[in-house]
Design a protein around this ligand. Sequence first.
Ligand code: PA5
Length: 443
Amino acid sequence: MSYLSLDTSLTKTFFTQKEWANVEKEVLKAREVLESRKGLGNDFLGWLDLPITYDSREVARIKQAAGRICEHSQVLLAVGIGGSYLGARSCVELFKPYFGNHGCEVIFVGNHISGSYMAELLNYIKDKDYSINVISKSGTTTEPAIAFRILEEALIEKYGKEEAKHRIFATTDKARGALKTLADTEGYETFVVPDDVGGRFSVLTPVGLLPIAASGVDIDLILEGAKEAYLEFSSNKTIQNNIAMEYALVRNLLYRNGRKLEILVNYEPRLAYFAEWWKQLFGESEGKDHKGIWPASANFTTDLHSLGQMIQEGERSMFETVIEVEHVKKDVEIKANANNLDGLNFLAGKTMNQVNHVATLGTRIAHYDGGVPNILIKLDEITPKSYGYLVYFFEYACAISAYTLGVNPFNQPGVEAYKKNMFALLGKPGYEDLKAELEKKLK
Ligand code: PA5
């Protein structure tokens, strides 16, 4: 079964058939490059067949660890940043109730350097039982390393060294890095980030799966959904029967015709962090060689009251990709009111979700009429399987799109620049020359 459909009909007036045919050839080639594993960055293709090659013993160990965490902890602190953070958060936020939690409460930390957040967190957890999952492929990233140093100390102070061993889990490289050394030295249980899977493609590895499992979501179902997407996209070679290729094709066509910015739109607030994951996936994969579509996101109808004007009438350099959820589980009916002072009786008998669907349709047409191409991704419903399918859909589309753009989808050389400056300004040994250079610039 397919969990989503793609509708690109509201983009077709923004390019010609000839342009479509030209880029179609490039997309077909890009898919060949991806599947033949001969393209740029081909040592990072572990995600491609992960839905059928994942280590089932590791997954079983993840479920056991998640079970133990939830048995003796109210809170799991998931410490990580970028690809070691956003995948797990996209899923945890998608399935957790809007109010309260099922499973244990997962709190994300180490994804910024805010001292006030850390101070308030320490206060929040001090009387709670908690465990820590520190996640870093390199094992050396500054933000999670600082957070972990502080939280490990607090946890040891609360429970003692022996019990800390049962409450700290490290997800990192199988052999290298400071975190691996630390975990081995202290006797913490470790989970492996496969060598050939980059951060932003790692949500279906222990990086994402352990916090997700601890939050109470069935990770077997997620992997099943991803496997269905894998089987579909790896066997269907034409644009007509491969929606991941069609999405890659349309966004490249729009980009070439001046659309430099893509807004991923949702109408369900629980999808907001999915958009954050998507932004990293496409931004870090495509933003190279001074090329790439800027991945933005918006939460509707909320942002129609802030960004709506810009989308309707601002500079015509954007297109929208709307994720619409067809069947939303919970709903509330709007009732008739005898006085009708608010004038809303024309909605009586309709549910809020029905109104939301009409808002989606009306907005899509309005923005299209205002000159904004509109791609629609219709998700049947939000389930662990459809989440797994959607993740793989975007990963596959992203790789093809980046190859079509002519960049290496799997590296991120640009993220080093800020780190070097930060280390130099903080006086890290080995960065003395850069420190002097920066200080001269600042004068
Ligand atoms: O996608 C990426 O590679 C990055 O976003 C990394 O995930 C991020 O920088 C964190 O790196 P690490 O897992 O090594 O701490």
